[in-house]
Design a protein around this ligand. Structure first.
Ligand code: GAP
Length: 443
């Protein structure tokens, strides 16, 4: 039987949310392309995050740094030495695993006693080998070690190397934050669960610079703040969200303390965002490797120090998968599939349908469309029966169906259908804008 993730994958293809990359060549593993609805949904999510970070918080500013950086950045950051996953191979069937798929603390596993999960053979798994996740590339026409660099595996480093320029230009005083949305690349050993773990993805990261000693309190504040984003902005089911604290064996090389926000996906509880206390680890290392003084001068107390950094790091694509998984609803009673996306997130806010293709109804519908489309993403649909048109939009997550009928010509009213309840109200055309606006407000 098809599982929920497979059903979501097929809906995403059918309705134009997400496609396998290079589909006509048989697909390219662990990279996905976002179709017309997918890009709208992704933009809606990232704009909410951006607004919450840089508009609601007066002391957080934005940045857009390069994907390719000076190779020394990755030596300094520790990614060349430590950004590894433990790789285990089956000598029999050539299946490949991450050692931590067998146990979080895999160091005590006796691999000779293990069976390969795929072919079942015993004593055929190799000891774990460390595999660096960064994609290497060359800058310029000559491919030698002097031209080697990497595609960034996290956006954070672009913020650290620019932090003094940003602070100076904006005259920021500690505590302050720098937010960035951008692509990151990781040569993942195994990529599973659709867009959950891919080789190319987008991160939404915010680095918050604080005075050492204030880091623990700030960490707690950001933990709460970020959790609320999922409940209040994305309107996800609260009981499907939880925190997971990293044990000593899970901590990244840069972190003193780390918490994941996890969601209960159809494949189990998994991380969507990490909140990390990175201390002054990154700035110390960049001072050492660049030879530049990266300290902050506190004018009020006349002192210099290297700030500590609390990082909130979310995957945009993973957040999108969370939203899809949380919204997918099989309405068996009415034999339909509905994406119960919050109207704030829905790629299309309303579909405008003339009941029939004659009697001046299409023209009336177009006039309504023209008054709404400067404010919202609206689509026009006159193809097929009205029921089929509604069901198409239910799968696309469109919250409102606006139907123009013969009465609309007489009294300037329309019916507005609510996706989840299928309830229809008769309203004046002048009210539509306020109805849609109210539905997307953040309360
Ligand atoms: N700067 C810190 C950092 O990168 P991370 O826990 O490795 O921390 C942060 O990654 C977030 O980025 C994760 O919570 C996840 O949402 C997303 N992410 C990481 N690897 C990913 C991958 N291969 N595919 C999709 N998203 C990924």
């Amino acid at each position: 039987m098809e599982n929920t993730i497979e059903k979501i994958v097929s809906l995403c293809k059918r309705r134009g949310f997400i496609f396998q990359n290079s589909d006509i060549y048989g697909g390219f593993s662990a990279v996905y392309d976002y179709g017309p609805l997918g890009i709208e949904l992704k933009n809606n999510i990232s704009q909410l995050w951006w607004k919450e970070m840089t508009q609601s918080n007066e002391n957080i500013v934005g940045l857009d740094s390069g994907i390719i950086m000076h190779p020394k950045v990755w030596e300094a950051s520790g990614h060349i030495g430590s950004f590894n996953d433990p790789l285990v191979d089956c000598k029999q069937c050539k299946a490949r695993y991450r050692a931590d798929e067998f146990a979080n603390d895999y160091s005590s596993i006796d691999w000779s006693k293990k069976h390969c999960p795929k072919c079942g053979t015993k004593d055929c798994l190799t000891e774990p080998r460390q595999f660096n996740l960064m994609f290497k590339t060359h800058v310029g026409p000559i491919e030698d070690s002097g031209t080697e660099t990497y595609l960034r595996p996290e956006t954070a480093q672009g913020i650290y190397v620019n932090y003094q320029l940003v602070q100076g230009a904006m005259r920021l005083k500690i505590p302050f934050g720098i937010a960035q949305i951008g692509k990151a690349f990781r040569n993942e050993i195994i990529a599973r669960n659709f867009i959950f773990r891919t080789r190319e993805f987008e991160q939404m990261e915010m680095q918050y610079f604080v005075k050492p000693g204030n880091d623990n309190d700030t960490m707690n504040e950001w933990k709460e703040n970020r959790f609320q984003f999922y409940t209040d902005y994305l309107s996800l089911t609260k009981s499907k969200l939880r925190f997971h604290k990293h044990g000593d064996n899970e901590l990244a090389h840069y972190a003193k303390e780390a918490w994941d926000i996890e969601y209960e996906f159809p494949f189990g509880w998994s991380e969507i965002e990490g909140i990390h206390n990175r201390t002054d680890y990154d700035l110390v290392r960049h001072e050492e490797f660049s030879g530049k003084n990266l300290s902050y001068f506190d004018q009020v107390n006349n002192e210099r120090f290297l700030p500590y950094i609390i990082e909130t790091s979310a995957g945009l694509n993973r957040m999108l998968l969370t939203v899809l998984a949380d919204s997918y609803w099989e309405d068996k009673e009415n034999n339909r599939i509905v994406m119960k996306l919050h109207p704030r997130l829905a790629p299309v806010k309303a579909v405008i349908c003339p009941l029939v293709k004659k009697d001046g109804l299409p023209e009336k519908a177009r006039t309504i469309m023209n008054t709404l489309k400067t404010d919202f993403k609206i689509i026009y649909d006159q193809q097929g029966s009205i029921g089929k048109r509604y069901y198409r939009q239910d799968e696309a997550g469109t919250p409102f169906g606006i139907t123009v009928d013969h009465q609309s010509i007489d009294d300037d009213t329309v019916t507005i259908r609510h996706r989840d309840t299928q309830k229809q109200d008769r309203v004046s055309i002048n009210e539509i804008k306020a109805i849609i606006s109210d539905s997307i407000k953040i309360i």
